[in-house]
Design a protein around this ligand. Structure first.
Ligand SMILES: *Cc1c(COP(=O)(O)O)cnc(C)c1O
Ligand SMILES: [Zn+2]
Length: 404
C-alpha cells in the first residue's frame, strides 16, 4: 500500500482515510436520491513513491492499492486472461483486437474487483456487515467475497434479476432482499438502511473504493500488453463506474510517470438506458426514464457515476454510443462464435458498440491494440440468448438417424 488521501472530484478538498468515507462531507450535502452522486471521492496516492518503487520485471500491484494486504480477503480476484482475437478482428478492420475476459472472476463478473476491495476495507475497519444495492452482479460479487470471510452481506436487488445471479447470492450465504421495484429503488433503500441501521455501504461509486477496485482491470491490461497503453478500450456502461475505474488506472500510471498518454475510452450503453451517452453528447444530464434493456447489468435510470464517467470519457478523448438489444444479442453470438468467449448481454454491449462504430464515419483506424472488456459470464443469463436460438431436437443414438 502507498500512502494516500481522498480528494473530492467536485470541490477538490482532501480528506484523510482513517474513517468510513463515502461522499465529500460538503458537496455530498447536495446529494439526494434520484440524482447522480455528487462529491464522489477519488483516491490520490503519493505518486512519487509509486514511480520510484514500481518495477516492470516484478510488478507489485499493492503499490496501487489503498488497503493493506493483510486485510485482503482470501479469494483470488482478477488476473483474468487478455486474449488476442484475430478471428473476430477480421471483419472489423482492427489488426490488434483483444478481449479481457472478466467473466472468469470467482462470481463471474468484473464486480468482484470492487467487492474485494470494499470487503478488505470493512475488515480494516472491523465492520461485520456490508450492504449493497445491485442489478445482480455487484450483489453476487459481494456475496462471494464475503463468503470467504466472516463478514455478512445484505443485498437489495430488483426481483427481476436473472435467476442465476439470485441463486449465486443465496448459495453464498448473503441475506437477499428482492425489491418490487427497480435497481434505482434498491439503491435508495440501501442508503436509507446504512444511514439508519448501520453496516458499510458498498453502493457503486458511493463507496470510493468501488472505483479503485475496478481500476485493477486497467492496470492488468497495461501489463498484459507488455506495459503498453492500448489505443482504445470499449466498455459497456451502466452506472459508469467500470469506465471511471479503467480511466483511474491510466491516470494513476500517468501520475506515477509510468506512461505518457491515456487510452481512448469508448462507452457503450443500451438505447433505453442511455443517460450517460446523452450527457456526454449534450453536456446536459437527464435520466433514462424507462430502461427496458435485456442487458440487465447496464439497465439504470439514474447512473450514480454519471459525472465521473463523463469526465473520464472527455479527458480520454473518447466517445459514447448506444446499441439496441438486437445488436447486443447479435454481438453476444458473434463473440461466442468467433472467440469461444460467452459473455452476458451487458458484456456483449461493448462489441455491439464496436461493430456499430466500425460501420460509421467515426470508425477506429489504428493498428495499435484495441481492447473489448467482457464484463460478465454468459451463463449468468441463458434466457437472453435462448430467445433467439433453438436447441436441436434429440435423435436416437444410431448413426443412421443422424441428418448430418
Ligand atoms: C456492472 C456491469 C456493467 C456496467 O458497469 P457500471 O460500472 O455500472 O457502468 C457492465 N457489465 C456487467 C456484466 C456488469 O455487471
Ligand atoms: Zn467536495
Amino acid at each position: 500500500m502507498t500512502p494516500f488521501s481522498y480528494r473530492c472530484t467536485d470541490c477538490g478538498r482532501s480528506f484523510s482515510r482513517d474513517e468510513v468515507r463515502y461522499l465529500c462531507p460538503e458537496c455530498g450535502k447536495a446529494y439526494r436520491p434520484g440524482i447522480p452522486l455528487v462529491g464522489v471521492l477519488e483516491v490520490v496516492f503519493d505518486y512519487a513513491v509509486i514511480g520510484r518503487a514500481f518495477d516492470r520485471a516484478r510488478p507489485d500491484w499493492n503499490l496501487f492499492c489503498p488497503v493493506e494486504k493483510e486485510f485482503h480477503p482470501p479469494i483470488q480476484v482478477g488476473n483474468t486472461p487478455l486474449s488476442r482475437v484475430d478471428r473476430l478482428a477480421d471483419g472489423l478492420g482492427l489488426p490488434s483486437l483483444w478481449v479481457k475476459n472478466d467473466g472468469l472472476n470467482p462470481s463471474g463478473s468484473l464486480k468482484d474487483r470492487a467487492s474485494f476491495l470494499v470487503v478488505a476495507e470493512a475488515r480494516r475497519l472491523g465492520m461485520d456487515l456490508i450492504v449493497a444495492a445491485s442489478t445482480g452482479n455487484a450483489a453476487s460479487a459481494l456475496a462471494a467475497v464475503c463468503a470467504a470471510t466472516d463478514i455478512k452481506a445484505l443485498i437489495f436487488v430488483p426481483e427481476t434479476a436473472p435467476k442465476a445471479k439470485l441463486v449465486q447470492m443465496v448459495l453464498c450465504g448473503a441475506t437477499v432482499v428482492p425489491i418490487q421495484g427497480t435497481y434505482d429503488d434498491a439503491f435508495t433503500l440501501s442508503l436509507e438502511f446504512t444511514d439508519q441501521r448501520g453496516g458499510l455501504n458498498r453502493n457503486t461509486a458511493y463507496h470510493p473504493l468501488t472505483i479503485e477496485g475496478k481500476k485493477t482491470v486497467g492496470l492488468e491490461i497495461w501489463a498484459q500488453l507488455g506495459f503498453q497503453v492500448p489505443d482504445a478500450i470499449l466498455v459497456s456502461v451502466g452506472d459508469g463506474v467500470i469506465i471511471g475505474g479503467v480511466h483511474k488506472a491510466f491516470v494513476d500510471l500517468q501520475r506515477a510517470g509510468l506512461i505518457d498518454r491515456l487510452p481512448r475510452l469508448i462507452g457503450v450503453q443500451a438505447e433505453t438506458s442511455d443517460a450517460i451517452h446523452r450527457y456526454v453528447e449534450t453536456g446536459q444530464y437527464s435520466d433514462a426514464p424507462n430502461p427496458t434493456t435485456r442487458a440487465d447489468s447496464i439497465s439504470v435510470t439514474c447512473p450514480s457515476n454519471a459525472h465521473g464517467a463523463r469526465r473520464a470519457i472527455l479527458e480520454s478523448r473518447g466517445l459514447t454510443l448506444t446499441v439496441t438489444d438486437e445488436e447486443i444479442l447479435d454481438a453476444q453470438s458473434l463473440l461466442a462464435a468467433r472467440t469461444g468467449i460467452f459473455t452476458e448481454p451487458a458484456g456483449a454491449a461493448a462489441l455491439a458498440g464496436l461493430v456499430k462504430l466500425q460501420a460509421s464515419p467515426n470508425r477506429l483506424a489504428t493498428s495499435g491494440p484495441v481492447i473489448l472488456l467482457a464484463t460478465g459470464h454468459g451463463l449468468k443469463d441463458v434466457e437472453a440468448p435462448l430467445s433467439r436460438i433453438s436447441i436441436p431436437p434429440a435423435v436416437a443414438p444410431v448413426l443412421a438417424a443422424l441428418a448430418l
